[in-house]
Design a protein around this ligand. Sequence first.
Ligand code: URA
Length: 440
Amino acid sequence: MGVWPKPPVMSEQFAAVEIIAAKRDKYELTDPQIDWVIDAYTRGVVADEQMSALLMAILLNGMNMREISRWTDAMINSGKRMDWSMLTRPTVDKHSTGGVGDKITLPLAPLVAACGGAVPQLSGRGLGHTGGTLDKLESIPGWRASLTNEEMLHVIQSCGAVICAAGPGLAPADKKLYALRDVTSTVEAIPLIASSIMSKKIAEGTGALILDVKTGNGAFMSDPAKARELAQVMVQLGTRAGVTTRALVTAMDVPLGLTAGNALEVRESVEVLAGGGPADVVELTITLAREMLDAAGIKPLHDPADALKNGAAMDTWRAMIEAQGGDPDASLPIAKEQHIITASASGEIIEMNALDVGISAWRLGAGRERLGESVQAGAGIEIHAKPGQTITAGKPLFTLHTDEPERFERAIEALANCVRISSTGEKVERLPLILEKITG
Ligand code: URA
């Protein structure tokens, strides 16, 4: 018997090299070119080396708003969109571009839920010097980040908020692209950052979104003008997609709060939920909660400041943690070894470099170098005094925590020039906590 001839291979609509050349030569990419290249890359037809070249051309030559918007849509369409239409409360989420000691999601999600919002927080893990929400929550004994869609729905319906890992079906093109950007030095391009973040947030299906765009030495966008540009692009993308989107540009020149590291940050978040905690963490949490409730058009059941004091946010936190298998009363892990760094001089603390603290915490084992590596739950840094406070020579400035004492040397090295102390009445150099608000 003869062999049935193989069906002809459907030819692809474009050639990747032509698209790379177009962007290299500073042309705009057309909508069909963008749709095809994202789809073909997700299918494995466009090779990593071709996509790397295209990403570098985008980093160097940019994209206009139409291209960014289409690129974002193509990434959303590479997977499934989530649907929360069965919920009775309006959905609202927050996304931070990441910073050192940025644990705000932990108190914020239960706080907004306690005030009347439904918060579907699909979060990520930390990479490099910035921590990841899931890594922090995983330091709570028993807590599970991976939930089925049914479990996710159950948690949000019963608690008002769910914080969990995004499933593989959410913007899969971004997963491949983000890993490639990480190893090709193409992370820091506004079109690529904006489309990466917004494709996931739009696919997540939230009705309203508040973006916390960090600026300062510990942020992706250290220059406030660049942070504003990123915020403006993301707000436009969200608004075009029908999501009520606003952004706050906030300070990341100094670490947020008094801890950086997974379990250490959970402990501090619980202090905030108990009505205490560091003033900057409390202020940012309350400001973002009010913005979220307002953007979602929710008439709050409590003012967020009251819900931190009257136990309503804490009750929601406990319910959320329990619903995902965690024990909110369990002791949090403590690292096996501690090392105290003392102040080298007396005077006022003028500067504390957030990036240095982030790198040091990372070297202690709080973060990872490659996705997939494990992190130490107890590792990190406690900060005993911040800019604006006076300190006496020899008094503790930082306590370093790790399970592996051989990590101390490089962690201490990272902090060598982190703090400047002055006794001459010099002005403290800090960005205001909230620099500006951008609305659609
Ligand atoms: N976070 C993301 O999800 N994507 C980026 O590109 C940068 C930060």
